[in-house]
Design a protein around this ligand. Structure first.
Ligand SMILES: NC(=O)c1ccc[n+]([C@@H]2O[C@H](COP(=O)([O-])OP(=O)(O)OC[C@H]3O[C@@H](n4cnc5c(N)ncnc54)[C@H](O)[C@@H]3O)[C@@H](O)[C@H]2O)c1
Ligand SMILES: [Zn+2]
Length: 398
């Protein structure tokens, strides 16, 4: 009998590029990405493109632009295997496994191989779902993400996670599969509706609270412009938020989340629960805004944020246009407990046994906690409700 330990290391690198008009004929970024990846077989590289239907509807020329861009670059050994495939956008695409089967069928029909690319254009939901399919077909086709929403460009499109929902459980089936590249085309942000434009800013507020007090102050300064759909302000917020997420993912030593600490999931135990309870009436970012506001008021009650800073969080979110109370808070289980608290149990199970929740440790810093005091949380919720009812954010629940 013998036992020996074997080990190997795999390192990942992927570029994250900010640009405008990625499919303009003279825009080099997509070509550079494909060229920088060695194609061992030497044959033309083939790609299939999946596009969020809402993006196609908002940009009627996009399909033609994509086809023209590939035709123009054919001489560089890059071939579009078929016209772009529309996929439904929003959380509906993450509803179970049908999207995996659909993408797999297309990949088989197009004879795509492990040197082929799936180029995924869409909001976080489309990136999550088609990205998961890409990670599974032939045990992983290369995928390039072109995020089209605020949230996807500053958070969801950047990381290493892909997932769909199953049995009503958010992100139950997923994988850790880094993309080949991310290209953030800021022009895509222009066609978002008001809710989607705003929703991703909740992730910016979130990451500022736990990582960067200066960025938080900058968001306060930018809030009027962001609320008024100023593209320059949005570009600044998205890029800084993206960098903070990427610094964490690449520098925290736990990109595949083997440990239980999840700093980037601040406010998310509640957000995921609200998304599910609202049957996805609330967008992810809208739920995150509520989760971050509630957890920040709780953080003040356990001495992790000053009450003044908790008030700043609530005020900033409200100035950005978020509604911080939702009817789902009134739902109760048979024991009379608010149904949102089941989110704590689900989060604990997801982490693998021990509850670990990100909390601020003063604005701009983070330190985990292992439990929530429900009585204190109830006070935070009562305060949140009062804040949400007032046109002007309230100070410390008074
Ligand atoms: N993988 C990760 O690390 C990660 C991180 C955060 C969030 N997420 C996931 O991301 C999803 C939310 O993503 P989201 O906030 O981008 O919302 P979304 O993908 O649900 O998109 C919101 C709506 O906007 C539409 N849309 C997308 N781009 C558009 C554009 N440019 N113009 C007009 N309409 C457009 C979509 O069709 C959809 O109807 C959730 O499922 C969440 O769980 C994943
Ligand atoms: Zn999130």
């Amino acid at each position: 009998m013998s036992s020996q330990l074997w080990s190997f290391t795999v390192s990942y690198r992927f570029p994250v590029t900010f640009t405008r008009d990625v499919f303009a004929i003279d825009n080099p970024h997509l070509l550079e990405v494909v060229r920088s990846c060695e194609n061992e077989v030497g044959a033309p590289v083939r790609a299939a493109v999946f596009v969020d239907q809402a993006v196609l509807a908002a940009r009627p020329r996009l399909e033609r632009d994509i086809i023209a861009w590939f035709a123009h670059h054919a001489e560089h050994g890059l071939a579009l295997a078929a016209s772009p495939y529309p996929v439904s956008g929003g959380e509906a695409i993450k509803d179970g496994l049908p999207i995996i089967e659909r993408v797999a069928r297309i990949c088989v029909d197009l004879h795509l191989c492990r040197h082929s690319y799936l180029i995924i254009i869409g909001g976080g939901a489309v990136l999550d779902a088609v990205g998961l399919a890409a990670s599974l077909v032939h045990r992983g086709l290369r995928h390039i993400r072109l995020p089209t929403t605020t949230l996807a460009q500053c958070d969801a499109g950047l990381g290493v996670k892909n997932a769909v929902n199953l049995f009503g459980i958010k992100n139950l089936i997923g994988s850790f599969t880094p993309p080949t590249a991310v290209i953030n085309d800021l022009r895509f942000l222009e066609t978002q509706d008001a809710r989607t434009w705003r929703a991703g800013l909740a992730e910016a507020v979130k990451v500022a609270i736990i990582k960067d007090a200066e960025f938080f102050a900058r968001l306060e300064a930018l809030a009027p412009a962001l609320a008024a759909r100023d593209a320059t302000a949005m570009a600044e917020a998205v890029q800084r938020c993206a960098n903070l997420h990427l610094e964490h993912i690449t520098g925290s030593g736990d990109p595949f989340e083997r440990g239980t600490s999840r700093p980037l999931d601040y406010g998310h135990w509640l957000a995921h629960r609200l998304e599910a309870l609202s049957q996805h009436r609330l967008q992810h970012g809208e739920a995150v805004a509520i989760g971050v506001a509630a957890d920040s008021l709780y953080a003040a009650s356990i001495g992790r944020l000053s009450s003044g800073d908790a008030e700043r969080v609530v005020r900033l979110l409200q100035r950005l246009g978020f509604r911080l109370w939702d009817a789902c808070f009134t739902l109760r289980d048979a024991q009379g407990r608010r149904q949102v608290y089941a989110g704590l149990e689900q989060f604990r199970e997801h982490l693998g046994g021990q509850l670990t929740l990100a909390m601020p440790d003063g604005l701009g810093r983070q330190r985990d906690i292992a439990s929530i005091d429900i009585a204190l949380y109830e006070q935070a919720l009562a305060q949140l409700r009062r804040c949400a009812r007032r046109a002007v954010p309230c100070a410390n629940g008074r």
